[in-house]
Design a protein around this ligand. Sequence first.
Ligand SMILES: Nc1ncnc2c1ncn2[C@@H]1O[C@H](COP(=O)(O)OP(=O)(O)O)[C@@H](O)[C@H]1O
Ligand SMILES: [Mg+2]
Length: 312
Amino acid sequence: MAYIKLDYEEVVIFLEISMRYNVCSADKSDYTSEKLNPFPKTDAFKELENLIGLKDVKRILAEVTAFSLIQSRRSQMQLKACPNALHMVFKGNPGTGKTTVARILGRILRDIGILSKGQLVEVERADLVGEYIGHTAQKTREMLKKSLGGIMFIDEAYTLAQGGEKDFGREAVATLVKAMEDHRDNLVIILAGYSYEMERFLRSNPGLRSRFPIHIDFADYDVDELLSIAIQMYADRDYELTCSARWKLKNHLQEFVRNRHPHSGNARYVRNLVEKSIRLQALRIVDREPLRRKELVTIEEADLPDPELVNT
Ligand SMILES: Nc1ncnc2c1ncn2[C@@H]1O[C@H](COP(=O)(O)OP(=O)(O)O)[C@@H](O)[C@H]1O
Ligand SMILES: [Mg+2]
């Protein structure tokens, strides 16, 4: 069978063009016309691109987005469209970017017309599971109502299977499964959590597994990625590091990676470290007068906290 192989870069360019201009237009030449009704001015796709690393995640999302776009173009031309099953499983340790990516994905799916609102509703077991008969269905339905038009992101989803046969978690899952059928066109559900626990959860529940066709692994970041994330976080906040601070930070992160465990926090640890250093810098310069711009933006070696002072 002949097929056209799009590589990742091509898909990205295609998606950028598609998002900037009205994808509903059948005429390709319209893409180059500035007059055309431009796509809602969100930069969600750029934001995804700007995330450090996550190459495989970006690749899969380009694939998923391109697929959705093409299916809607096919429907417009009265061609058969494959059902759009966009429910996903995000597997990975804390701080690997799962929530961040889900939030951006909601906006991308809104921009290309798959979801009407694109909001992310973050829920955990306690938001779905109640304490008496009837309570769970009511709580789950309430959360579903908030999520319609967007993404329901269930963090540590495997906890829904904890508590055995009589646990109300099962009822929550059943209510979710029904909603996935009823609102298949305007609701995406993402189950997130540690890889091992999520695998076990899905294995114990084959019906659930088949309803979540897209699995994305979020790997732990390496030292260079953590350093780039830190530098990006400083830049976003209008701070910069001296050379020696950068060197100390790199050593700190090397140490962090050497000793890390699944709960260490990855980029979340980096965020805590960045925020702590910003407070320490403030403490160092707060009684200086005058305060110049340079002093306000510079993070020095002395501002970087010792590892035991960073919350994980
Ligand atoms: N690839 C990345 N590039 C830049 N910042 C990131 C990246 N991954 C995570 N972060 C930042 O790290 C923090 C934790 O990420 P989050 O999405 O909450 O992780 P998770 O949901 O997997 O626990 C957030 O502040 C997020 O912006
Ligand atoms: Mg999260």
